[in-house]
Ligand binder design. Structure first.
Ligand SMILES: [Zn+2]
Length: 392
């Protein structure tokens, strides 16, 4: 039996009473939270805050080799153009960068990741990783004409991730793979409908409203995305012009009980949020708004409207995005940045986003996200400067 105490213990959804002791078995499975008097001998005491391990709800592990390769502050479209151009890295270099990134996340206290995948490059590493992975096989499918062919291609990648998985086994609870739409500016209407059919009852993710250009594209069929599409042979927008924002245009394609992780949301308006809440309630969807503050500062030099997003009990979760748009894959660094920009937020509010909310969004909350009895969520120590150290 192991016993831990600290200046404060964050349980997953609040601070425990002072002098609380966390009791676990040798593997870190939570047995109880008790007061010091009941805990007996052998308590390890830490200066700082003990918290359950973190959930990084949005990452692209396979872009780890692009650290320090992409110019900052260019805006999303120039960022995407740089990513498209950055090829010619050796396979060894790519694999070793991913390995370092996996270790960096583990050391930061991250226990589960929602990871975007364009290839099968990460499969072997993830199978050996101590982190739990939900793999979002990212669909890009610009036209209805090629939608069936494209979706079949991405389902093939998904099945390579699923190879060898016994879907009824305990392992399938921790290593999951689904297809997921990349963003409103890369998916045609039929492609959205096929993704909806193929992901009934699953967790999916989509980049959402990271730049004002995305809304302009749907509202009026104009704007900075058009020259970007021209590079790929599209002389005008491949998508319907709807007169409304991108999320209003594409969220109605989903109605199959999915948990949908909406990533970035830097340009999402209060009206959009009300629309999304209403659509989700009527169609049995759960929406989670994933904040990747350091990536937003890197690419678009702005922060998402967190105060609006967190109203009405919406689920907020945290992500790092990739090392192509962030200096670290660290949830601790994301928490520090959010508190710097939103100093009125309570630390425990943001810690809940980083732990229990993330675990719920990825459906890992039966084992991760809080110090509830029977869970094995990992134990992380945060010092007063919010630097993290993994305890278990
Ligand atoms: Zn991303």
């Amino acid at each position: 039996m192991l016993k831990f105490s600290a200046d404060r213990i964050f349980t997953g959804n609040g601070m425990a009473e002072p002098d609380t002791v966390l009791v676990t078995d040798e593997d870190g499975r939570v047995l109880d939270l008790v007061c010091k008097e009941e805990a007996g001998d052998g308590i390890r005491y830490f200066e700082g805050i003990l918290t359950p391990g973190f959930v990084n709800a949005h990452c692209h592990l396979e872009l780890s080799h692009l650290k320090n390769q992409v110019q900052q502050g260019t805006g999303l479209i120039a960022f995407l153009e740089q990513i498209v151009e950055k090829r010619n890295f050796s396979r060894d270099h790519i694999l070793s960068a991913m390995k370092d990134a996996d270790r960096e996340m583990w050391d930061d206290g991250i226990v589960a990741v929602g990871d975007i995948c364009n290839t099968t490059d990460t499969v072997d590493l993830k199978r050996q990783s101590r982190i739990q992975w939900t793999n979002f096989i990212e669909v890009l499918s610009f036209t209805d004409a090629k939608a069936h062919e494209r979706i079949a291609h991405f389902i093939d990648i998904r099945d390579k991730f699923r190879t060898g998985e016994d879907l009824s086994s305990a392992a399938s609870q921790t290593f999951r793979s689904n297809i997921a739409p990349h963003a409103p500016y890369s998916i045609s209407p039929l492609s959205f409908r096929l993704i909806n059919e193929a992901t009934e009852g699953q967790v999916i993710s989509m980049h959402n409203q990271e730049t004002p250009a995305e809304d302009e594209l749907y509202r009026s069929g104009t704007g900075p995305f058009l020259p970007f599409f021209e590079r790929f042979g599209h002389q005008s927008t491949p998508f319907p012009t709807t007169g409304v924002s991108s999320i209003r245009s594409v969220l109605p394609h989903f109605n199959k009980g999915q948990d949908i992780i909406l990533v970035h949301n830097t340009c999402t308006s209060p009206d959009d949020l009300r629309f999304a809440d209403d659509h989700a309630a009527k169609n049995n969807l759960k929406l989670h708004y994933c904040i990747c503050s350091n990536a937003n500062l890197y690419i678009e030099s702005k922060t998402p409207p967190i105060t609006e997003l967190m109203k009405d009990g919406r689920s907020i979760i945290l992500g790092t995005d990739s090392l192509s748009s962030n200096y670290r894959l660290s949830i601790t660094e994301e928490i520090r940045t959010i508190l710097e920009h939103f100093p009125n937020l309570a630390l425990e509010t943001v810690l809940q986003w980083a732990t229990l909310n993330g675990a719920r969004a990825l459906r890992y909350d039966h084992t991760l996200g809080s110090f509830a009895k029977g869970k094995r969520p990992g134990i992380v120590l945060l010092d007063e400067d919010l630097k993290s150290k993994r305890i278990l």
